[in-house]
Design a protein around this ligand. Structure first.
Ligand SMILES: Cc1ncc(COP(=O)(O)O)c(C=O)c1O
Length: 370
């Protein structure tokens, strides 16, 4: 056979997955970024200095078990460090859960309008991805989700609160789901935005993960803690599940600087007050955006996260993509949601006053003038 006649066939999704999309003629790197739900108010105290100290030892491998980090998580959140799974972002924990519990022929179930990563986990594994319908618009339909469980279901993902919807289900609904999930199915409760939502629902997820042998919950340092670029997340489950996941994660998956940043943040005396202030900032920003955009005529559902969704009215005379461009021209990057099948929706992160006012003013102006 001729050399080069055959080529390895990449199993890519077909299109490049880019988090920040390009806008012709606009340098998006210069815009205030309200498209990624980062913490606009900075980073938890102590973390940056600790990461810099750790970087001074970059010639050495960091602790591959991330044990001190797991102990710090254990102390801060009241969980057993042996039951903690450290991740290169919580995204990695979702991926590991798929790798450990699902194989081709199996199904991964999640509600429609879920975080894109759930679908990517299934696709990477060659597992069928099943979506249960939402109620009406953005909300999870728990009955439909439970009804969609089949004998082939192996993993169920639920982000609570959800991205891109910003919507949430209650702790009682989480319990109802956990009760309905067969024992041989892993229920993954992704609580990346838990700090901004109903504390009770987050606590229920944490409790279920510690008590039930088939529940995992994931948390991240990327949002409330302001450490998105450090890539640090974690999961907690019973010992058997945690051991299985820890055995399948990459050796050294969490870098030394990321481990030290997380530890320092959790141990810093000012952190509880800083987290409270972050939450207050997010709530204030969320209210400002929600109020301003509703007044301009956009539909804005109540958000339980650090971003809001806004719907362009069908008779507006312009589309969501037009809004993204106009707002970018005003110096701010926001996100269209067409890749989620939500063609007329925009997702806008809670941010500093200046960029948010630019968003509200630009969108109000568009609504008035078309
Ligand atoms: C619902 C949800 N889960 C998980 C993540 C992943 O976060 P990270 O990998 O930064 O921890 C995100 C990020 O935006 C998210 O929106």
């Amino acid at each position: 056979m001729q050399q080069g006649a055959m080529k390895p066939k990449p199993r890519t999704t077909g299109g490049a997955i880019t988090v920040v999309r390009r806008l012709d003629g606009i340098d998006v790197s210069r815009l205030a970024n309200l498209s990624l739900n980062e913490n606009a108010w900075g980073t938890v105290p102590g973390a940056v200095a600790a990461a810099a100290d750790a970087a001074a030892h970059a010639s050495l491998y960091a602790d591959t078990r991330s044990w001190a980090l797991r102990e710090a998580i254990g102390a801060f959140y009241g969980v057993d460090p042996a039951c903690v799974v450290p991740g290169n972002g919580s995204e990695e924990i979702l991926d590991i859960a798929g790798r450990v519990y699902a194989r081709p022929g199996d199904e991964i179930l999640a509600p429609a309008l879920s975080f894109a990563q759930f679908r990517i986990v299934a696709w990477r594994l060659g597992v069928d991805y099943v979506e249960s319908p939402t109620t009406g618009q953005l909300d999870v339909d728990m009955d439909a989700m439970i009804a969609a469980i089949t004998p082939r279901t192996r993993v169920i993902f639920l982000a609570n609160p959800g991205n891109p919807t910003g919507r949430a289900v209650s702790g009682a609904e989480l319990m109802r789901l956990a009760d309905a999930v067969p024992g041989n199915v892993l229920l993954v409760l992704d609580c990346a935005y838990a700090e901004f939502g109903d504390a009770e629902a987050g606590a229920v997820a944490m409790r279920l993960a510690q008590e039930r042998p088939n529940v995992l919950t994931t948390r991240t340092f990327s949002k409330a803690w302001g450490l998105a670029g450090m890539r640090l997340g974690w999961g907690v489950a019973t010992r058997e599940v945690a051991d299985a996941l820890n055995a399948m994660r990459g050796i050294g998956n969490v870098s030394g600087p990321a481990q030290m940043a997380g530890i320092a943040g959790m141990r810093h005396a000012e952190t509880p007050a800083w987290l409270d202030q972050t939450l207050a900032n997010v709530i204030r920003a969320r209210e400002l955006l929600t109020g301003g955009l509703r007044q301009a005529g956009f539909e804005v559902p109540v958000s339980h996260t650090n971003f809001v969704m806004a719907r362009v009215p069908s008779d507006a005379g312009f589309h969501a993509g037009d809004v993204v461009r106009r707002v970018a021209e005003a110096g701010v990057l926001i996100r269209a949601c067409d890749d989620y099948g939500l063609d007329d929706w925009l997702r806008i992160s809670a941010g500093l006053d200046g960029p948010m006012r630019s968003v509200i003013e630009t969108m109000t102006d568009m609504a008035i003038r078309g």
